[in-house]
Design a binder for this molecule. Structure first.
Ligand SMILES: [Zn+2]
Length: 162
């Protein structure tokens, strides 16, 4: 009789221990899976317009100061080698220097001058003096760069770079 009580007590104790362990294990397992059950699937907020024939309007970046430079030492100092900061061969009609933090290399921009003319360029270069709302357009010769002077133009982002 005495022995049976002890063994019952032992059994009860073991059951309690096992239950506690199961509970604890279940609790841990439950905790571990909690982040998955709370995962939110983000859906695009806007529905894409199907096959819209309209060209996306370039985003206006505002009014910019426009200056011109060439690959000479006067314009580029120690960087007067015709190679842009992004590693391309500077090319008139394509290369423009901008603040790469504002307009990363590879960004395509449309420049609308005050007389209405529009030109497109690719951001390939930077310059110590090219900050904020300022672009520096590459020209083959210093005379040509000087002749253009300083202008104001509205700049649009045609194709941005992440
Ligand atoms: Zn120059």
């Amino acid at each position: 009789m005495k022995q049976k009580t002890i063994s019952n007590l032992k059994l009860w104790g073991a059951t309690l221990l096992a239950s506690t362990m199961l509970f604890t294990a279940g609790f841990i397992a439950g905790r571990a899976t909690t982040p998955e059950t709370e995962t939110v699937i983000y859906e695009p907020t806007s529905t894409p317009v199907a096959a819209a024939p309209v060209q996306p309007q370039p985003e206006s970046l505002g009014q910019f100061k426009v200056t011109y430079y060439c690959p000479c030492a006067t314009c580029c100092g120690e960087w007067a080698d015709g190679i842009t900061a992004s590693g391309t061969q500077a090319t008139q009609g394509r290369t423009v220097a901008a603040n790469p933090q504002f307009l990363p290399y590879g960004s395509e921009i449309l420049v609308r001058f005050e007389d209405g003319t529009e030109e497109t360029y690719t951001v390939e270069d930077c310059g110590g003096a090219v900050k904020g709302q300022h672009i520096d357009i590459f020209m083959d010769s210093h005379e040509a760069a000087l002749a253009e002077g300083v202008k104001t133009a509205e700049v649009f982002l045609i194709e941005g770079v992440e």
